[in-house]
Design a protein around this ligand. Structure first.
Ligand code: AMP
Ligand code: ZN
Length: 135
């Protein structure tokens, strides 16, 4: 399969590997948003996070949490964003599930939140029902 992250998993191309476990591998992003930005990916190929097995996603988070705690200690960052872009509209470019761990610094010049709306009771019930029914 012509997937750049599968090639990293299979050691066909190099990466700046930080750590790995049985299910996941973590390496530095080559175009970092901030100092210490890294990615955690499953060793098995899935395109979209929501289509991957729940257990595999839990395993990604286990490695990410452990490494984020170490990165916080090592880099003395002021916060961390854990981000998964799933689908083109959501900003996903590499079609292999990956969790971005982005250390944040008080002076990094990046701002949250995105523009937000409002939620009313009727919309909330409709949304909850439709999601529950799709489970
Ligand atoms: P996304 O927009 O969520 O698909 O992000 C893909 C990320 O993968 C970007 O931040 C890229 O900089 C990063 N990336 C792409 N190729 C590599 C690579 N060979 N090694 C490390 N990071 C990569
Ligand atoms: Zn892949």
């Amino acid at each position: 399969m012509d997937c750049i992250f599968c090639k990293i998993v299979n050691e066909e191309i190099p990466c700046y590997k930080i750590a790995e476990n049985e299910h996941a591998i973590a390496f530095l992003d080559i175009m970092p948003i901030t100092k210490g930005h890294f990615l955690v990916i499953p060793k098995k190929h899935f395109e979209f996070a929501e289509d991957a097995p729940e257990e595999l996603m839990a395993n990604l988070m286990i490695l990410a949490t452990r490494l984020a705690a170490a990165a916080k200690k090592a880099l003395k960052c002021d916060g961390i964003n854990f981000i998964i872009n799933s689908g083109k509209r959501a900003g996903q470019i590499v079609p292999h599930v990956h969790l971005h761990v982005v250390p944040r610094y008080n002076d990094d010049g990046i701002y949250w939140p995105w523009p937000q709306g409002e939620l009313d009771n009727e919309t909330a019930s409709t949304l909850i029902n439709s999601i529950e029914n799709a489970l």
